[in-house]
Structure formats: structure tokens, C-alpha cells
Design a protein. Sequence first.
Length: 87
Amino acid sequence: MENKTEESIIVTIDDTEGNSRDFVQDMVIPFDGKEFAVLVSIPESMDSEEEPDIILARIDKDQDGEVVYVSPTDEEYDAVAEIYNAM
């Protein structure tokens, strides 16, 4: 039996004030022919006790075929959040 380990996908998100924060892609949820990533914030220090932030992002591809994470529409967000919460 072969033991495969998946590499974590780290995504850096810039907030509206230009601050960057790293998130790990926890899971991908398919919906309406698209894929949506559940991104969980990575604590800034190992002994941090703050609750992680969770973001839903639609996974698209840019003109070069590179993966980009974009904000879902309100309808997409509501539907994918409902699927995630039911898990």
C-alpha cells in the first residue's frame, strides 16, 4: 500500500488595508460547476489562542491558466456556506 501525503496549499490574502495574511486551503467544495475553497487562517505565532478566520473563495483561472482565488457572489457564498455547515 502506497502512503501519499498531500501538500498543504497556502494562500496569501490581502485585506482592504493592504495587510497580508496566510491561509491554508482546508477543503474544496464543488457547487454549480465551480469549485470553492475553504481557507483557514494560519496563526501568526504558534502559541496563539485566537480563533482562526475562515474564508470561502471561488477558485478561478486567469488568462494564463493560473489558479486565482476570488470572492464568490452572495448567492454562491450562501449556498456553499450551507453545504459546509451541513458537513
